[in-house]
Write a protein that binds this ligand. Sequence first.
Ligand SMILES: [Zn+2]
Length: 445
Amino acid sequence: MANFYRMRSPIFISILLFVIPAVSSLTESEIPKSLKEVPAAVLNQKEKALGQWIEKQEKQMLKDLEKMVAINTGTLNKEGLDKYRNYLQRELKGLGFTTKTVDGGKVPKFSCEGGEIQFSDHLLAEKAGASQKILLSGHMDTVFNKTHDFQKFIRQGDIIRGPGVLDMKGGILVMLYALKALKNQGELKDAHISIILNSDEEMGSLGSNKLLSDLAKNHDLGLVFEGSSGNRITRTRKGLGQARLVFNGKASHAGSSHHKGVSAVKELAHKVLKIEKLTDYNKGVTVNVGMVQGGEARNTVPPCAEAYVDLRYPKVSLGQKLLKRIKDIGSVVEVKNPETKDEVKTKVWGVLHRPAKEENKKTDEMLKEIFSISKTLGLELRPSHSGGGTDGSIMQAAGLPTVDSLGLIGSGAHSNRELIKVSSLVHRTHLAAIYLRRLIQQKKK
Ligand SMILES: [Zn+2]
């Protein structure tokens, strides 16, 4: 993934794996019956008391969020991620969790430049108890690297702008304060909860993928605190994949010995058009060559070039087919030098890093209860379909029913327009606390 990792320009960052884009409301006929007219939940005294406590914390929550946003945690900022992880580790220890760090994992850069990238450590917090096993997940990293110009936390009335306020430091805040509220009422004692906070989500969780699916297999249900927009909670998601192609040709002087060179950029140009043709809107499949790079100088036949491709698909089988087609395209040589017999060699790497999140009966039951609590708290939720993936897609594909947009309400993720609504802070935290309390009360089977 190479130069991709070098994060050269804002344009470059903007094509990083989009995680909360393209949320679309389901039409009336697409909404399952069970999620249509959900009755408002009746809250007991303890559930109401959670809200009263959370309301009193609002100021402190805002201070904490500002503190979190002040630490830059771009995926490649190890120093920032270490600092943020230490902060969260202290918070979770304070709540009675046993915590440990897990090696961030390595992936090859797969580029002209070569080499590999080492991700920062992930944080795992665990607490055993008599309840069913609940897995909470969030990511510490953001798409904004240290040199990006979007770094400030700014409040204007009901709106706060800042890197990660929505995606997803605000969500981690919701999770922490829901747990704090439960602890305050002495209701964490029976909880069996694991919390995974990874450091590489914005690059597709390439280093934490296995950790996430292993954890998912050992739990009964999962909650992810990614942000959401308006009154929508994502129910299904497209799958995401990525492919990287590296073309190796032969450098030569563009004037005196042009005929001796083999152009890697020319090979890339042939391949880009073929790969782009794999898009099929009717099947819900898109293939986007999001970034290309190649060559050394205007007057040199380019010895190397690379392309980075994004894939979206509604079903895993379609994703696998796409990867195979890209590998097939890569295997056919287009640019050869008849004189020297040299030709361009193409290497292809690809992965379906977030499987499609398909309909799931158990997840719909979880959504129904969440909708019903939210209705009582004053906001009617609607299910939606998203073209982007989250770690919830990995968790659910590993067999864990997972609801994944329980963080704050806002918009503009992955751009300098990222913002949250302050008014969603207490609401979302109260919702999470009540739902977690209900989950904790269901004992282990
Ligand atoms: Zn996110």
